[in-house]
Ligand binder design. Structure first.
Ligand code: SAH
Ligand code: SF4
Ligand code: F3S
Length: 443
C-alpha cells in the first residue's frame, strides 16, 4: 500500500490510558507510512479516540462527527476508536455513515490490517477482541513529552462496579510481564526520560504474566533503574491496595509522594450497592498506612461520585465527613451518569439533576477549603520540582513537585532552568490548586 503522502489527524478524549493508547496508535500509523498533521483540514484520515465514561463524554464524539460530515465529500476518511467505538460498535456506521473504521482498544494490535482495508475502500471493524489475553505492545510509541513517559502495565478491568462501562469497553484484565515493562522502562531511561508513570485502570491489580514480581516489586524495580528520578502510578483500586506498596514508597526515593485512590463514596451502604468490595473502614485503614510512613508525606487524591441511585442525604454526609478525615490534596468529583450495559441501570435513578448538582457544589466547596489549608502548609518550605515549561505572560517557570502539585516560580537573575531539569524552589505563596515560589539560591 502506498501511504507515503497520506496524512492523519487524531483527537483524544478520556483518561490517561486513552491518551497513551493514542501515542501508540500514532506510532503505528507513522510506521505504516502516514504523516501526522495538526488540523482536520490538512488530514486525509481523521481519528477520534473516544471516551464513554459519562454520557457527556460520549455525546461529544457524535457532535464532532456530525460537524465533520461534509468533509467526507473532500475524500477524507474517519475512524472512531476507543470506548465509544467498542460500546456502540457497528451502530456508529448508522449514526455516522461517513465513518470507515470502528475499533475498541483490545483490537489495536490489528490496526495495520484495518488500515489496508479502509484504504482499499471498505469498512473495517475491530470489536471482537475483548476476551484476549494479549496486551497492545508496540515499539512504535510516539511519545509527545520528551521527559515524562507512560507505560501501560495492565489493560482492561474485571471489577464490574455497578455504574461503570470500562469492563465492557476495555475487556478483561490482562497484565504484561514484568520483564517487558522493565525493558521498556530501561529503554526510556536510555532515551533520557526521567519521569515514568505506570498505567492501568486498576494499576495495582497487576499480576505479572510471568509470575515473577508483585506490583510493589515492579514499582521498586522501575524506581531503581539508573536515570529514573520519578515514578508514578495510576489508578489504584482500594481493594487491591496492599501495604507493601506503601512500604515501597517509604523505601525507594524515586517513587513519588502521591497516591490517587478513588473512594467513590464515604458511605459503606452506597459502596456495597456500587459493588466496590470495600467498606469505608477498610478504605480508611489504607489511608492510615499512608499517613504513618516513616520518611514521606504522601499526597492523596481521589474520585467521588455524587447522586448514585439511592444515595440519601445521610450517605452524602458520610462522604463529606470522609473528605474531612482524609484531607485530600485533590478530588475529581462527578454526578452519577447512567451508562449502557451497567448493572446500576436497573436501580431507580431517583435523585434529580438539581439535587446532584447541589451535592456536587457542596462537596467541591468543602474540598476547596481543605485544599486551601493543605497547600498553605508548604509556604516557607523548599521543594524539588521538575521543570515543565515557561509561562511567558506571567514570567514564571512551571514546575511540578513529587506530590504532583504545580509550583510556578521566578528565578531572579539566574538563568531559566530547562524543561526536564530538576531544581529546588522555596514556596512563598499558595492557592487551593497551585503554589508559587522562587528558585532556591543553593542550587
Ligand atoms: N478504575 C478507576 C477509575 C475509572 S473511571 C477506579 O476504579 O477507581 C474514572 C472515574 O470516573 C471513576 O473513578 C468514577 O469516579 C467516575 N465514573 C465512572 N463511571 C461513572 C458514572 N457512570 N457516572 C459518574 N462518574 C463515573
Ligand atoms: Fe470502572 Fe470499577 Fe473497573 Fe474502575 S474498577 S474501571 S470504576 S469497573
Ligand atoms: Fe473513558 Fe474509556 Fe478511559 S471510558 S475514562 S477512555 S477507559
Amino acid at each position: 500500500m502506498n501511504t507515503q503522502n497520506k496524512t492523519f489527524f487524531i483527537e483524544t478524549f478520556g483518561c490517561q490510558m486513552n491518551f497513551h493508547d493514542s501515542e501508540k496508535v500514532v506510532g503505528t500509523l507513522i510506521s505504516q507510512g502516514y504523516r501526522q498533521v495538526q488540523s482536520v483540514d490538512e488530514a486525509d484520515l481523521i481519528f477520534y479516540n473516544t471516551c464513554s465514561i459519562r454520557d457527556k463524554a460520549e455525546q461529544k464524539v457524535f457532535h464532532r462527527l456530525a460537524d465533520y460530515k461534509k468533509l467526507q465529500e473532500q475524500g477524507k476518511k474517519f475512524a472512531v476508536i476507543g470506548c465509544v467505538a467498542q460500546q456502540e460498535g457497528e451502530n456508529i456506521f448508522e449514526r455516522a455513515p461517513h465513518v470507515s473504521l470502528v475499533a475498541g482498544s483490545a483490537s489495536y494490535r490489528n490496526l495495520p490490517e484495518m488500515l489496508v482495508q479502509i484504504e482499499s475502500g471498505s469498512r473495517a471493524t475491530g470489536l471482537d477482541d475483548r476476551q484476549t489475553d494479549e496486551t497492545f505492545e508496540t515499539e512504535f510509541t510516539a511519545r509527545t513529552n520528551p521527559h515524562r513517559g507512560y507505560i501501560t502495565i495492565i489493560e482492561g478491568c474485571d471489577k464490574f462496579c455497578a455504574y461503570c462501562v470500562v469492563p465492557y469497553t476495555r475487556g478483561k484484565e490482562r497484565s504484561r510481564t514484568s520483564d517487558s515493562v522493565l525493558a521498556e522502562a530501561r529503554k526510556m531511561a536510555d532515551a533520557g526520560y526521567t519521569d515514568i508513570q505506570l498505567l492501568g485502570q486498576n494499576v495495582n491489580s497487576y499480576r505479572d504474566a510471568a509470575g515473577k514480581k508483585s506490583f510493589a516489586e515492579l514499582l521498586t524495580a522501575v524506581g531503581e533503574i539508573p536515570g529514573i528520578r520519578r515514578v508514578r502510578f495510576t489508578t489504584s483500586h482500594p481493594r487491591d491496595f496492599t501495604r507493601d506498596i506503601v512500604d515501597a514508597i517509604d523505601t525507594v526515593p524515586t517513587l513519588c509522594d502521591h497516591v490517587h485512590l478513588p473512594v467513590q463514596s464515604g458511605s459503606s451502604r452506597v459502596l456495597a450497592s456500587m459493588y466496590r468490595e470495600y467498606t469505608r473502614e477498610q478504605y480508611l485503614e489504607r489511608i492510615g498506612w499512608m499517613k504513618s510512613t516513616r520518611s514521606r508525606t504522601i499526597s492523596l487524591t481521589t474520585d467521588i461520585i455524587v447522586g448514585f441511585p439511592g444515595e440519601t442525604e445521610a450517605d452524602f454526609e458520610h462522604t463529606l465527613s470522609l473528605i474531612d478525615t482524609v484531607h485530600y490534596d485533590g478530588i475529581f468529583s462527578f454526578k452519577y451518569s447512567a451508562r449502557p450495559n451497567t448493572p446500576a441501570l436497573k436501580y431507580i435513578d431517583s435523585i434529580s439533576e438539581e439535587e446532584k448538582s447541589r451535592r456536587l457544589a457542596i462537596l467541591n466547596e468543602r474540598q476547596r477549603e481543605i485544599q486551601r489549608a493543605n497547600y498553605a502548609k508548604h509556604i516557607g518550605h523548599i521543594m524539588e520540582v521538575m521543570v515543565e515549561g515557561y509561562n511567558e505572560a506571567r514570567g514564571q517557570v512551571i514546575g511540578r513537585t513529587s506530590q504532583n502539585k504545580t509550583l510556578n516560580f521566578t528565578c531572579g537573575t539566574s538563568p531559566l532552568p530547562k524543561p526536564g531539569s530538576y531544581v529546588n524552589v522555596l514556596v512563598t505563596k499558595s492557592y487551593p490548586n497551585s503554589l508559587v515560589g522562587e528558585l532556591a539560591s543553593n542550587q
